[in-house]
Structures are given as C-alpha cells and as structure tokens.
Design a protein around this ligand. Structure first.
Ligand code: GLN
Length: 539
C-alpha cells in the first residue's frame, strides 16, 4: 500500500506549493522511492483549459491530452511520476461526476451531500493515482487554508488520515513568515493562525515548511514548534533561493527533510543520490557563458503564462553549460520600424504559443527579422503558424497570406482549421490535445537534434498548416521535417517546419517545452541554445 503525503498551504496564495511538492517528490525519488504527484484545485472550472493566461498562467498539457494546472509541469520536471488526466482534480470535475451519477440513479433513495458524497468522490480520486508500485503518493491541495472552496478537499484528506492510519500519512503545511522591515523581524503569528485553522478542521500538521525572505534561525524555529505543536526538527525553512528554483531540493536536503519523511512514514529507503542534481545547480550558479534570447509574445508581464517554455530554455542552457538571459519583447510593439531596435543583439528569437489576433503582425515581423538576418529562430505552435505565414507573404509574395484564425477571408489561408475542428461547439477540451507521434525527415535539423526517426510530442491547438499549400511552400525552400499520419486524424499533418539555408530555423506545431527536464533538456531547446551560442560566437 502506498503512503500518502498531503501538502496544504496557509497565510497567502502563490507560496510555491507546487514547486515544494515537486521538490519533495524529487527528494523521495533520490531515495530510490517511486512517487506519484497530484494536484487538487478548488475552482469550479472542470479544467483550466478555458481560463485566460492572465487569470491562471500556463495550461499544462499531459501526455494523455488533459489540460491541467501549471504545477503539474513542476511535478514532471522534478520527478519521473507519470502524470495523466487523473493527476489534476478540480471541484468542477468532482461535482460533475457526482451529478452525473445522481442523474443515472446512482444514489437512489439518498440525499446527495458534500459529506459524504463529494468527499468520497475526492477520496477515490486521491487513492486512484496511488496505484501499483507507488511508494509515496503526494497530493497538493490548492488554495489557502481558510478558503470556503477548499474545505471539501481538506475534509476528504482528514478522513483519509484517519482511515489509512497516522503512520501511513504525513501532513505538510506550507506557510509564510512575513518580514517586517520596520522592526527587522520575521513574524510567526499568521502561521500560528493558519495552523490553528487547520486543527479546527481536524488536521494536525506533521511538518511545517516556512517560506521567508530571510534566514529563519533556531530561536524562531523553536517558537514556531512550541506555538504550532510541531516537533522542532519538523520546522523547515524554505528561504527564497538566490539563483534558481532547482536549488529548493538542496535546501531541504541540508535540513534533512527527506530523512524526516522516510522515518515518519517508516519507509525502507536506500541512501540518497543527488549528484546529477547538484551538478545542474552548479552550472546554473557558474555558467561558462551567457546568451540572450528574445521572446516575442503577449503574455510577458506574467512569467507564469509561459512557465514551461522559460524552464525549457533554462534546461537548454544547462545542457550547454550556459545561462540564458531572456529579453521580453511585447509582440504589439514590433513593427517594421521598431524591429531592429527591439531585436538587434539577441542571439536567438523565439515566438511562443498563443491565441487571438493581438500582436500577430509583430510576431510575423519578428520572424522576418530572424529569417533574413540569419538569427536562430524557434517557433512553438503559434510560432510555427506565424513563420509559415511570413514565408508565404515574403518569400512566395502572397501578401494577404494568413491563418484563418485571424483572417477568414484571405485568398491564401496557409494555416487553417482541420475539417474535424469546424464542427466543434464546446470550447473546453476540444482542441487537438496531448501526445501524437511525429515522423522526422532524415537529414533535417530536427532529426539531428532528436537522433531518432519517430518522436511523440504534445499538442494544444486547433489550426494546422494547410496541406493544399505544401507543394508551393516546399518549392521555395520550406522543409516539412516532421509529419503526423494516423487514423486519429483525417489527413497528414505538419508537425515541424525548418529552413535548411538558415543556421537554425525550426518551428513546431507541438509544444516541446512540456517534455523538457533540468536533468534532460529537450533536444530542440538544447540545439536552439547551441545555435544561439554559435551565433554569439560569430557576431
Ligand atoms: N491559436 C493557435 C491554434 O489554435 C495556436 C495555439 C497555440 O499556440 N497553442 O492553432
């Protein structure tokens, strides 16, 4: 039977519970244990797929095509846990399955209630991911203790604590120690209140992880231990890290958090091995070189909207022992007049995924700049679509070429909807989602990067390269170096385009950033950064 760790958050949101959960998963894996990681989100949306990036940040896509919370991205980057649509539970999902069962007569004769029916549904969902071979199932409860909407989740895990037995369950509470500049001290009162609130619900935390901007110190730890009824050694400090989020597991190791968990849950675990992790943090702290990549996008004031992409760039840097500095360029600002000033000096240009017309012309202009100046270019999803449009407009001379997402009446719809997308009515969960196989063209930059013929990459989009225009585009030098063909879709689909005459010009219809790890950079990010380093050397 798997042991369970439940991670709750107190005082404020955005404390980095996802990152903390992921780091704990990584630590347990370093002790030879198999983990599963899961997130409960108390909002009523069935999934975050229909939320704006401004509201929610990135929508992370799993291999099986679920649109999920971005914390799942942290889980996949830090651990080897297999994530599926079961790995993200929301209030919306729980209620819709309970209501569906009620309509079918599944609760015949009963009044359907939050306790026990909603909580039972949550418990089932939590236990489902702790399947065969899992030693420790980590469950992060989104939201902050004290919220109305997270109550059913907290109640469900309280019940699990009772049912599974205290020796099989560990409650970790992540909290904030605010620093008061005026008095120059860290304050513990909000933490005391938040732990009190948890105890009211019936959850007694075993470990407190304290986020703070200053070192916590032994006296304060002793005070927190006394007031919050948590053992002194179980008060863990999580101070803001200096260089990278990948330092977090090492911060925990110093305080023996892995040993604490292993002992509490009576796990039979070998000694830890984290040398590879220490090495990558070492590179981040002392890189050989630094390069600058310009990102031309529209959700740039919020880092979270492109979380996986920023991380994948960091990973590409690690693989080349380099630091990647980011220049954020608002797509709307890019015009034929301003492009030089905004993009000159960047060693690589990247156009990420996106939806909606705002900033499109700026992205197309950025592609033109990268193509004609021979600056390494990497396009992700929409970044492939605008690259195709740019090529059609400026190389083939089809001045009105466009995607029908932005101009329905263009005479040259080089990017268009697949037939099966035309009839879609519901917006939630109906894009082309999840992993599809992609066959690579021998001799292409993509094939060289991956070093294999067939890869599986994750998608989240509706529009595709219009096959009707492929011969014309190809004749002028655009290479379709990755293609998908299967019974899942009605026609062959373009997955990767590239320009062989260019030092590095590669764009993908899929999102490679979802599969990149700090210990194993995605091949396309690794090669993009390598090309950017070459470009820097040459300039
Ligand atoms: N808006 C484009 C589409 O739906 C691209 C989506 C994306 O970049 N993820 O096809």
């Amino acid at each position: 039977m798997a042991k369970h760790i439940f991670i709750t958050g107190g005082v404020v949101s955005s404390l980095g519970k996802g990152l903390t959960s992921a780091a704990i998963g990584m630590l347990l894996e370093s002790r030879g244990l198999k983990v599963s990681v899961q997130k409960c989100d108390p909002y009523i949306n069935v999934d975050p797929g229909t939320m704006s990036p401004f509201q929610h940040g990135e929508v992370y896509v799993t291999e099986d095509g679920a649109e999920t919370d971005l914390d799942l991205g942290h889980y996949e980057r830090f651990t080897h846990a297999k994530l599926t649509r079961e790995s993200n539970i929301t209030t919306g999902k729980i209620y819709s399955s309970v209501i569906e069962r009620e309509r079918k007569g599944g609760y015949l004769g009963q009044t359907v209630q939050v306790v026990p029916h909603i909580t039972d549904e949550i418990k089932e969902a939590v236990l489902r991911v702790a399947g065969a071979g899992v030693d420790v199932a980590i469950t992060e409860i989104g939201g902050t203790v004290g919220d109305i909407e997270s109550l059913p989740f907290l109640e469900a895990v309280r019940q699990l604590g009772l049912e599974l037995g205290r020796e099989n369950v560990l409650f970790i509470h992540l909290t904030l120690l605010p620093y008061l500049r005026a008095s120059g001290e860290l304050k513990t009162k909000p933490t005391q209140h938040s732990v009190g609130k948890l105890r009211e619900i019936g959850i007694v935390p075993d470990v407190l992880i304290c986020r703070s901007e200053k070192p916590v110190g032994d006296d304060l730890k002793a005070k927190i231990s006394l007031f919050c009824n948590v053992q002194r050694k179980s008060v863990i400090e999580e101070k803001d890290v200096d260089v990278s989020i990948y330092e977090v597991p090492l911060v925990f190791v110093e305080q023996g958090l892995d040993e604490l968990i292993v002992k509490h849950l009576a796990l039979d675990a070998p000694a830890r091995s984290i040398d590879a992790w220490r090495d990558l943090v070492g590179i981040l702290k002392q890189p050989d070189r630094t390069i600058e990549i310009a990102i031309v996008g529209k959700y740039l004031n919020l880092n979270d909207a492109y979380k996986s992409m920023f991380e994948a760039l960091t990973h590409g840097g690690i693989a080349n022992r380099s630091r990647v500095r980011i220049r954020k360029v608002q797509a709307e600002d890019v015009t034929p007049e301003s492009v030089e000033g905004l993009l000159a000096g960047a060693h690589g240009i990247l156009v990420p995924g996106g939806f909606g017309e705002r900033g499109i012309e700026g992205k197309i202009e950025a592609v033109r700049f990268a193509r004609t100046r021979k600056i390494p270019y990497f396009g992700l999803c929409l970044g492939l679509q605008v690259a195709t449009v740019e090529f059609a407009r400026n190389v083939l001379g089809w001045k009105d070429a466009h995607s029908t997402e932005f101009n329905k009446d263009t005479a040259h719809p080089v990017i268009d909807l697949m037939e099966s997308q035309r009839s879609v009515e519901n917006l939630g969960g109906t894009m082309r989602l999840g992993a599809y196989p992609c066959r690579l063209k021998p001799g292409s930059a993509a094939h060289r990067a991956y070093g294999k013929d067939l890869v599986h990459e994750r998608h989240r989009h509706r529009f595709e390269v219009n096959n009707r225009y492929r011969p014309d585009l190809e004749r002028k030098g655009l290479v379709f170096s990755g293609l998908h063909r299967s019974e899942k879709v009605e026609e062959e689909l373009v997955e990767i385009i590239e320009l062989p005459e260019h030092p590095w010009f590669v764009a993908t219809q899929f999102h490679p950033e979802f599969r990149s790890k700090p210990t194993d950079a995605h091949p396309l990010f690794r090669e993009f950064i390598r090309a950017a380093l070459d470009h820097q050397q040459g300039t």
